[in-house]
Design a protein around this ligand. Structure first.
Ligand SMILES: Nc1ncnc2c1ncn2[C@@H]1O[C@H](COP(=O)(O)OP(=O)(O)OP(=O)(O)O)[C@@H](O)[C@H]1O
Ligand SMILES: [Mg+2]
Length: 433
């Protein structure tokens, strides 16, 4: 934490000196002023708290207080006075004075008051920061990771977000964060105040999906008793996220393509063209190029969707992000479960970094959730992940070759491999062995 700056305002040099010395010894940066005017001139230097004498040669403390608060609401003011009447005290408090200290004062008391006041602002700032983050749950920072892979992913996402309407295609294994990225793109774009609508193409039979997407007119089919707007209409101005696009039936693929090209469509059973302005983000964990070759996915739709492709990497290719992700999820579950887990032990980190993560970040999240529910220690330890390490070794029993092994050579080779896999990190290598 940076040092706080305290401004001491008093016309008596001795009082200024004793307060300054004491506050400096507590580790604060201290500025001094002998008059109200001099005090106000110091504010631009960056002041966190003012110890303000009520009686000043050129003015009174309350007027200086008012001007300080006009300059910056967040500066804390503690009034020092020998003659506080109830009225002045009330007025000063109304104007935002943080505290009163009676003269003659005890230096210890003043130091404690200063410390508490600064702690309160620090907390207040933290809460404010927290609120503004909570208001934007899908900021770019929500994509956790410092590896090259995630850094360039974040960079790509931020660039895509500012292109106003191009179609985005997210590909990546299950659990890598495609849903998350779709939301980050939406909330980082100009469309953020408009709807984000989400539909999973594999979750509905073809006809239902069609009417969900495009809407339908009354009587369009047996159950269509009323006209209904589709997702594309509801999302006008915003974003439509089509998840598992690879599962979309061919007839619907054709309709979607037409919409992407013309920005207009007809409701099911309708004849009027409806124009909307939506950005489509599609996602799939399939390899669409292969689906195109197999003729299960239209090549023209693939090319139309693939304008801005984003490939989300599997977790095993950026395991250096595991510790950051673990900390992130621990924080999140601390809040959710009202726990105070501080982190994980080096052995636990080593174990988590050596695992293959077939279920990617989702699996890591689940593993942390389970460990936090079951553990009651300060830090998650390797044994809190015992359930996870079992499938790791299962089916991987080391088989002795018929020709036997040179045990010494094998040991050395394993050691070298472990060190290589853990980038020379001895604790991690140790955990692997
Ligand atoms: N880089 C990341 N930082 C923080 N959280 C992440 C990250 N990647 C994924 N997550 C989290 O992991 C979980 C799974 O991610 P998500 O649902 O976005 O995956 P997906 O790619 O859409 O998977 P599927 O293909 O199965 O739909 C979510 O809780 C998500 O918030
Ligand atoms: Mg998903």
């Amino acid at each position: 934490m940076p040092k706080a700056t305290v401004l001491v305002v008093d016309d008596e040099a001795l009082i200024r000196w004793s307060l300054s010395e004491r506050l400096k010894s507590e580790g604060y940066d201290v500025l001094e002023a002998a008059t109200g005017k001099a005090a106000l001139e110091k504010l631009p230097e960056g002041v966190d708290l003012v110890l303000l004498d009520y009686r000043l040669p050129d003015t009174d403390g309350v007027s200086v207080l008012r001007k300080i608060k006009e300059f910056d609401q967040d500066i804390l003011v503690i009034l020092l006075t020998a003659y506080a009447s109830v009225e002045t005290a009330v007025e000063a408090m109304k104007l935002g004075a943080h505290h009163f200290a009676n003269k003659p004062f005890n230096l210890d008391d003043v130091a404690t008051t200063v410390e508490r006041a600064l702690e309160t602002t620090r907390l207040r700032r933290e809460v404010r920061q927290f609120r503004s983050n909570a208001a934007k749950p899908y900021s770019l920072q929500r994509i956790v990771g410092a590896s090259q892979a995630i850094t360039s992913l974040r960079h790509m996402v931020s660039r895509v977000a500012v292109t106003p309407s191009s179609t985005v295609l997210l590909t990546g294994e299950s659990g890598t964060g495609k849903d998350l990225i779709a939301k980050v793109i939406h909330y980082a774009s100009d469309r953020s105040s408009r709807p984000f609508m989400n539909i999973t193409c594999s979750a509905l039979p073809e006809q239902l999906l069609e009417s969900e997407l495009f809407g339908h007119e009354r009587g369009a089919f047996t159950d269509a008793r009323m006209q209904k707007k589709g997702l594309l209409e509801t999302a006008d101005g915003g974003t439509v996220f089509l998840d598992e696009i690879g599962e979309m039936a061919p007839a619907l693929q054709a309709k979607l393509l037409r919409f992407l090209e013309e920005k207009s469509f007809k409701r099911v059973g309708g004849s009027a063209d409806i124009h909307v302005d939506v950005r489509v983000i599609a996602a799939t964990n399939r390899n669409l190029e292969q689906e195109v070759e197999k003729h299960t996915f239209r090549s023209d739709l693939f090319f139309r969707l693939n304008v801005l492709p984003i490939v989300v990497p599997p977790l095993r290719t950026h395991v250096d992000d595991v510790p950051l992700l673990v900390e992130y999820f621990i924080d999140a579950f601390n809040t959710e479960f009202r726990k105070r887990v501080l982190g994980a032990t080096p052995a636990a980190y080593a174990l988590l970094q050596s695992y293959g993560w077939p279920g990617n970040v989702r699996e890591l999240r689940n593993v942390i959730e389970r460990a936090m529910l079951l553990s009651d220690g300060d830090r998650l330890d390797a044994r809190d992940f015992s359930a996870m390490s079992r499938p790791l070794s299962a089916g991987h029993e080391f088989e002795l070759p018929a020709t036997g092994v040179d045990l010494e050579k094998l040991e050395r080779s394993l050691l070298v491999q472990a060190l290589r896999r853990s980038n020379g990190h001895q604790t991690r290598a140790g955990a692997l062995l």
